[in-house]
Ligand binder design. Structure first.
Ligand code: TRP
Length: 74
């Protein structure tokens, strides 16, 4: 994965309640949690998929914006 050409989109997660969890899951054969971020109401996280992170799980009431569209968890 060349750093010069690999430029993943950013996605945005906005917490609509306290205690929203944003969990990063590892890329590769072993899919496991590697990072958990807790957001309180109104907090925004702007992130990318990286060589370490291939999937993200969001728990709680949140607004998620990606290049594929916008969705609410609840
Ligand atoms: N160190 C992680 C990485 O580079 C940070 C990260 C990137 C992350 N995107 C994320 C953590 C999404 C949680 C959710 O992969």
């Amino acid at each position: 994965m060349s750093e010069k050409t690999y430029n993943p989109d950013f996605f945005v997660i906005k917490a609509l309640e306290d205690g929203v969890n944003v969990i990063g899951l590892t890329r590769g054969t072993d899919t496991r949690f590697h990072h958990s971020e807790k957001l309180d109401k109104g907090e925004v996280m702007i992130a990318q998929f990286t060589e370490h992170t291939s999937a993200v799980k969001v728990r709680g009431d949140a607004l998620i914006q990606t290049s594929h569209g916008e969705m609410k968890t609840l």
